[in-house]
Design a protein around this ligand. Structure first.
Ligand SMILES: [Zn+2]
Length: 85
């Protein structure tokens, strides 16, 4: 993964106005290619993601809701991340 780390984000945010609201921008996938935004309301300090070829994006792993039969193997290929949601 080559996205921003906590340290890089912290340095970028350090000098910004405390009262400004942060949103997360992403492609809506609509016909016009518009970019939409979501507010951030939660920080999960210890989340896990894995690459999904089907989605062409990283997929958040929920070990409490997986399809493994006996022992859960979902975290074997996973990367630990901080998740804003
Ligand atoms: Zn599993």
């Amino acid at each position: 993964m080559d996205g921003m780390t906590v340290g890089e984000l912290r340095r970028e945010l350090e000098f910004l106005d405390d009262d400004k609201v942060i949103v997360f921008a992403y492609g809506s996938g609509d016909h016009w290619g518009r970019v939409v935004a979501e507010e951030i309301s939660d920080i999960e300090e210890c989340g896990y993601v894995t690459w999904s070829d089907y989605h062409g994006k990283y997929k958040i792993i929920d070990v409490n809701d997986c399809m493994c039969d006996d022992e859960c193997s979902c975290l074997e290929e996973a990367t630990e991340v901080v998740i804003l949601g």
